[in-house]
Structures are given as C-alpha cells and as structure tokens.
Design a protein around this ligand. Structure first.
Ligand SMILES: *Cc1c(COP(=O)(O)O)cnc(C)c1O
Length: 388
C-alpha cells in the first residue's frame, strides 16, 4: 500500500518526547532507577467522592445512551455555578458553556471553526504544542509570540506587526502557563481585550491550571475582565484540578458565537462525554473542595524541595506561583538538549528540554512535580553530585 500521509501529518513537528523516550528505555533496560519529571500528568489519585459518583452513575441505564452533543444540562449548570462561586462570573449554561472531551479536544477543534486556509493565528512560544498544530490542521499559519523572562513570559502585543494583527483571527494565551509556570494579572488581560477588540480577534485562553496555585495565590479568569465575554472563550479542565487526566472531561466557556462555532465542529466529529463521567464532573465541581487545597499543599511542598535543591546546585530557578512545572535555566553555555541529556545519562532524571516547546524555550528545561517528595529529594541529591 503506497498511499502517502497527508501534508498535515507530514508537517507535524517531531514528537517532543521521542529522543527522551529512547534514552529512558535504554537506561531502564540497564536497570537504572529513573526519576521521571518529564510528563505533566498528576501522580495523585482522583478523590474518592468523585469515583463513587461515577460508580453509581454507571449503573443507571439512562446514562448508557448517546450523551447530548453540547453536554448534559446538569454538567453545564454545575460549570455555571462553579464559575459564579470561583470567579463571580455569570454564564448562561445553554449558550455559554460547552462540555469537552478534555480541554485538549476543544482547543484542537476550535481553529476548524474559525480558520480558513491561509488565515493567521497568534500563538505563544514556548507553549503547549496543540495550539500551533491545530492551526496547521485547519490550513492556517501561526505567527509566533515569543515568551521571554524579561517580559514575565507574557507575549508583548506591541511587537505584533500591524498588518499581522489585522489579518489574525485567533489569539491563544495560557495562564497559569505551561511550560514556564508564569501567571498573568488583570492588567495583561485588559490589554488582550483591547487588542482583540481593536483588531477583531477571537481570544482563546487556556486556563487548565487555574486551580493549581500556591502561597494563597488565586489565578483569575480571563472572563473577569470587562469586555472579555465579547471577544473570547476560556478552556478549563478537570484533569489537573481533580487528578482526572484519564477521565477525559473539560469545558469551554465564554462568547456564545465562538462556543456555537466549536459546538458545530464537535457535533460532526464526536458524540460527547459519557454521561456518568459528566455526573462525576458535577460531583467534582459542586462537591467538597478540600481535595483541591490538599493537592495544592502537596505540590507546594514538592516545589519548595526542588527549588531549594536547584538553587544549591547553582541554578537560578524561580518558584512558580502556579502550575506543577519548574522552568529551570540551564547551566551557562549548555543548551536545553545538552542539559536534558546530562540529567538523564548522569543522574537518571527525565526532564523536558525547553526548546521542545518552541525555539524561545531554548536555555531552559521543564521539570514536572509529579513524583513524591522522597523521590524529589533523591533527584536533588543526584543533581548536587553533578558538575558543569
Ligand atoms: C494538561 C493541559 C491541558 C489539559 O488537557 P486535558 O485535555 O483537559 O486533559 C490543557 N492545556 C494545557 C496547557 C495543559 O498543560
């Protein structure tokens, strides 16, 4: 069979973890005790009350049929209640809330609703790779907005050429940010709203880490800023907040026109989220939020262990206010790939090269706080034995 892959497959960037996976497999085969700080997947279990709700809901035959495309009313109502409680933002559950099969699914489908071949999207870098790939799948082109330390890892909208801004249809942002751990304030979101209004651009804010924050800091919603509802939507996920990455449930909220475009794509591609999972999602959003505080306390303790260790090793890593990522500068003169390889070969520690998230991520590695504190302490001891 000689049918070639379509250009959109041929044009995919190389898989971020390919070389790391190869090296990791090699070390594991040699019997090395590998510590994996590479992947952003919580190691903690889903809270029991959420699992119990799934168990009950799975037994009810009413939940065995196709779900509603846009999501169960019960789930969308729960999202609206959670938004009101958490951000004091009012949402109409029927037109401003959409259930997703995880936020990745919604992000990947959004450009299909608004990007025609040749259209432009404004995409940050380093970033979650899905933004740029989904724009490419829709036939669009990404204009890269570099995220650099000097600007707090926020895109500098003034750097976007006038002509580019006028042609852009979509703008992606993500705070708290993966991979840099950076956060955004109201002043930044206000600038984004003004920019989007001026150039008639849809804003897609990925807020997957809105609940994973430390030291009492509470990230805000993009939709809290006046005018945001006119220009954008926000993606949320139950994955990181409730340790539910495997369950596949998230949601998009905001501008009704944008939500309806995404809903039209989805209704032609998928058939929604298993009702029992949506009902477990209702339990997560409406239920006791102590589990969220416990999750935050665990990551905060891990963060402090790793940051102190990296600093003792002479690396200028800043403690993130949110997300379970430490964005660590490489030792002087060492590239992201070099440092990642050194950590893996000489210390058995898997990290992700910053350059894998885009060229402006060069000079950093990302370390995910997804192992327990004893393992992190062990990682620190191993790093302290290295020299560079
Ligand atoms: C983990 C993550 C998501 C969440 O993906 P789900 O599909 O909801 O599991 C979204 N955006 C970013 C930046 C992430 O790191």
């Amino acid at each position: 069979m000689s049918v070639d892959f379509a250009d959109r497959v041929k044009n995919l960037p190389p898989y971020l973890f390919k070389e790391i996976d190869r090296l990791k497999a090699e070390l594991l085969a040699k019997g090395v005790d590998v510590i994996n700080l590479g992947v952003g997947d919580p190691d903690l279990p889903t809270p029991p009350h959420i699992i119990e709700r799934l168990q009950k809901a799975a037994l009810d035959p009413a939940n065995h049929q196709y779900p509603l495309y846009s999501g169960m009313n019960a789930f969308r109502d729960a999202v609206a209640r959670w938004y009101k409680r958490r951000f004091n933002v009012d949402l109409d559950p029927s037109s401003q809330v959409l259930t997703l099969i995880g936020s990745k699914e919604g992000i990947a489908h959004l450009p299909l609703a608004f990007i025609n071949p040749g259209d432009l999207a404004l995409v940050p870098s380093p970033a979650y790779p899905v933004y740029q790939v989904s724009v490419m799948f829709a036939g669009g082109t990404s204009h890269i907005m570099p995220l650099v330390k000097e600007n707090g890892f926020l895109p500098n909208l003034d750097d976007i050429p006038e002509d580019t801004a006028r042609h852009a249809k979509l703008l992606f942002i993500n705070y708290p940010n993966n991979p840099t751990g950076a956060v955004a304030d109201a002043a930044f979101f206000e600038k984004v709203v003004a920019f989007a209004k001026r150039y008639d651009i849809i804003v897609c804010h990925d807020a997957a880490y809105s609940e994973m924050a430390f030291d009492g800091y509470r990230p805000m919603s993009f939709l809290q800023v006046p005018g945001a509802m006119d220009v954008g939507i926000e993606f949320h996920s139950l994955s990181k907040t409730y340790n539910m990455t495997g369950w596949r449930i998230g949601f998009a909220v905001g501008n009704a026109h944008v939500i309806s475009g995404l809903a039209q794509i989805k209704s032609n591609v998928d058939s929604g989220v298993f009702n029992a999972v949506q009902l477990a999602g209702v339990e997560a959003l409406d239920g006791d939020q102590n589990c969220v505080q416990q999750m935050q306390a665990i990551y905060q303790e891990r963060r402090d262990i790793l940051i102190q260790g990296l600093r003792r090793a002479g690396l200028d890593a800043q403690p993130p206010k949110a997300t379970f990522y430490v964005w660590c500068p490489t030792p002087r003169g060492m590239s992201s790939a070099d440092f990642t390889a050194k950590l893996l070969k000489e210390a058995g520690i898997v990290t992700t090269p910053g350059s894998g998230f885009g060229e402006p991520g060069e000079g950093y590695v990302r370390m995910a706080l997804t192992v327990d504190k004893e393992r992190l302490q062990e990682a620190v001891e191993r790093i302290l034995k290295l020299s560079w």
